[in-house]
Ligand binder design. Structure first.
Ligand code: HEC
Ligand code: HEC
Length: 372
């Protein structure tokens, strides 16, 4: 009541100014049932890297999913889109069914809002205007202040790949500036508003944005997943005799050699299914870390060598191999370098057809969801 009166007392000019910034639409609250499902989905799909307490850094420096500044500034787009479409070239895959992931659009929305509720953050109105600044100065400052963690080319070292084209496609200028100003609580990312001027922060933001040039969103054409009769490759080949490090790891060089020699094996892609759609090692099939292993093993012979890989670079694959070993699969190994290591070493992958799309991605806020 008191609040209403106060608002009424504000002169019109001030209201107009506020409205320009755009007031955040009210957030939908989840029903108890939706919360339970979202929490279960988090447990099943996200804990592996982001941790049981959403603290981050369990695998492959996956960022915190509980810092207030992320949820103040990133709800819903930055969070929803990342979780739906992933960030190409990082361990973060897309979880939306549209790109071949396991979650429906409603489930990704509920998970987004569940994370928001858990964070306890209040949504902040974010400007959608471009942040202008001196790009050259921004570049200089970026290399002084940021590249040690975020990489010379924004590729991410110990911190997120902020120059990643999928991140830049989804993150607004204001979202980036907000992160620089406020940092991310309880992480290595400190608040730079204490040490850099507002103009310098704008310049760094403008520099980061300037790296996004020319990138188009691409739509994956979903491929049929291999059926069990295609799981074993080189059926008439010899069994590989890998020299495993720590009783589990096979090197990319040894795996490549065995594939060249047409040795008999099963190649498991243990990442979220959508990234298999984008690129995978030829002959592999998807057995994601969140599979129902008791159900799936009926299709997997026990006498054929299994090599599992992921991109994180090993965590998901180790998880799957552990599950298989508990079910008496003795001939199992994990690709040590992971698929990005494999690619960096120059070994081939199958890339799936993509068609360029000028449309915005469908996880844009659909009208019926606005303000949920
Ligand atoms: C295999 C490891 C892995 C799994 C599993 C995973 N993530 Fe991630 N996630 C990452 C990494 C790594 C990044 C940072 C990528 C980068 O460099 O930008 C990330 C980034 C994110 C971000 C962006 C955060 C920010 O600060 O901008 C969100 C949101 C996110 N993940 C949500 C999820 C959710 C929700 C799930 C479960 C459905 C999930 N992730 C599963 C590894 C993972
Ligand atoms: C000491 C290492 C470190 C330095 C230096 C650093 N950052 Fe970060 N930054 C991080 C980490 C770690 C995160 C992820 C935090 C989390 O878990 O949410 C992050 C997150 C971010 C994000 C949010 C990314 C997203 O997807 O949500 C932006 C933007 C960012 N940093 C920009 C910068 C800029 C610009 C600078 C230089 C002015 C800088 N950072 C300096 C470690 C660092």
């Amino acid at each position: 009541m008191l609040l209403c009166l106060l608002v009424l007392a504000v002169p019109m000019a001030a209201i107009a100014e506020d409205a320009e910034e755009g007031s955040p639409t009210p957030i939908r609250t989840l029903t108890a049932e939706q919360s339970v499902v979202a929490a279960a989905n988090y447990e099943k799909y996200c804990v592996l890297c982001h941790g049981a307490e959403r603290q981050g850094y369990v695998n492959d420096h996956a960022p915190s999913l509980r810092s207030k500044s992320l949820f103040e500034s990133g709800i819903p787009h930055a969070v929803l889109r990342t979780l739906s479409y992933g960030r190409q070239g990082t361990a973060m895959g897309g979880y939306l069914d549209e790109v071949g992931g396991p979650l429906t659009l409603d489930e990704t929305w509920d998970l987004t809002y569940w994370l928001f509720e858990q964070s306890g953050a209040k949504r902040v109105a974010m400007s959608t205007e471009a942040v202008l600044g001196d790009i050259e100065r921004g570049e200089l400052l970026y290399h002084q202040e940021c590249s040690a963690c975020h990489g010379e080319n924004g590729e991410g070292v110990t911190a997120p790949a902020i120059g990643n084209s999928s991140a830049l496609a989804y993150n607004s200028d204001e979202f980036i500036r907000y992160a620089i100003r406020h940092g991310r609580e309880d992480t290595e990312m400190r608040a730079f508003s204490q040490t850099l001027s507002a103009a310098d922060i704008d310049s760094i933001t403008a520099f980061i944005r300037s790296r996004a040039g020319g990138w188009e969103l691409q739509e994956t054409v979903l491929q049929e997943l291999p059926t069990p009769d295609h799981y074993v490759i080189n059926k008439d080949g010899e069994d590989p005799d890998f020299d495993l490090t720590d009783d589990i790891f096979v090197s990319a060089a040894d795996l490549y050699k065995a594939l060249q020699e047409k040795q008999k094996m099963m190649l498991l892609d243990t990442r979220v299914t959508s990234v298999w759609q984008t690129a995978h090692i030829e002959g592999s099939f998807t057995l994601p870390y969140y599979s129902d292993f008791d159900a799936i093993v009926t299709d997997l012979p026990k006498d054929v060598m299994v090599v599992a890989y992921c991109s994180c670079p090993r965590a998901a694959a180790e998880w799957v191999v552990e599950e298989l070993r508990q079910r008496d699969y003795a001939k199992t190994a994990v690709l040590y370098e992971g698929i990005y290591g494999w690619i960096k070493l120059g070994y081939p992958v199958m890339r799936v057809a993509i068609h360029e799309s000028s449309d915005s991605p469908t996880a844009d806020v659909p009208p019926e969801h606005e303000g949920r």
